[in-house]
Design a protein around this ligand. Structure first.
Ligand code: ADP
Ligand code: MG
Length: 238
């Protein structure tokens, strides 16, 4: 049985259909990457999985449970945004603790998880700083750390590296791959970057105007793109 399943998911904003019947079944531990042009619905799809938006039709299943009507906090997902979305007035430690404090986790447990995540991401020496005292790469590590401490069933990444320079992007890409190996968590990752898609993905989903154009392994899409649109995204370096 699949771990994350989207069943004919539709999302409309007023008269505008943004997600137009998307189905997908991802296995536990699978790394799924969504690619597609700006405005095709990638962020909306992640927000529907996270429960930050309600579906107009269709269903979302996580770990065998229909979560279509379940609150974001109870879905067991954690999202990492392009803009980091850190609380500026809180220290790194407070940023990482926030979600667990809201869920009333015991203090020693919160401390233990922060220490562990900080070690994995090599941000132990940054825990007492504020976000404005950090570089872009450090902020993104903190944003990822904040997701890790919640021990989510599924990580959702919305273009997490697109604000970083090329060198840092390369480093963080390797870190994210390492994270995936370490936790074996299911990951859904949105990117514009062909290299990220090709190197991180078990499977790539190509979206166009709210519909799935093709789903396959990087090799399948590279070797046998369904059409010139897919070939334009995966085949040719951009
Ligand atoms: P992507 O992440 O692929 O660039 P988005 O999911 O952000 O695309 O947006 C897909 C489409 O949905 C766009 O046309 C966008 O304008 C529209 N859209 C997204 N969020 C809203 C909203 N809250 N209200 C109305 N339209 C929206
Ligand atoms: Mg987006």
């Amino acid at each position: 049985m699949s771990y994350l399943a989207l069943d004919q998911v539709v999302k409309r904003f007023g008269a505008h259909t943004v997600i137009d019947g998307v189905s997908l079944a991802a296995e536990q531990g699978e790394f799924v990457v969504f690619v597609g042009p700006s405005g095709c619905g990638k962020s909306t799809l992640l927000r529907l999985v996270a429960g930050l938006e309600e579906v107009s039709a269709g269903d979302v299943h996580i770990a065998g449970r229909c979560v279509t009507d379940v609150d974001p906090a109870a879905r067991g997902v954690a999202m990492v945004f392009q803009s980091y979305a850190l609380y500026p007035h809180m220290s790194v430690r407070q940023n990482m603790a926030f979600g667990m404090r809201m869920a009333r986790a015991p203090k020693p447990e919160i401390e233990r998880r922060i220490t562990e995540a900080a070690r994995i991401l090599q941000i132990e020496n940054l825990l007492d700083r504020r976000p404005r005292e950090l570089s872009g790469g450090q902020r993104q590590r903190v944003a990822i750390g904040r997701a890790i401490v919640r021990d989510p069933k599924i990580f959702l990444f919305d273009e997490p590296l697109s604000n970083l320079d090329a060198e840092l992007r390369g480093q963080m890409r390797i870190e994210i791959a390492r994270l995936h190996r370490t936790f074996g968590a299911t990951m859904v990752y949105v990117t514009h970057d062909q290299v990220e898609a090709m190197t991180l993905a078990d499977r790539i989903v190509v979206l166009r105007a709210g519909r799935v154009e093709q789903i396959g392994s990087p090799a399948q899409l590279y070797d046998s793109p369904a059409n010139t649109f897919v070939a334009g995204f995966i085949g040719s370096p951009r």
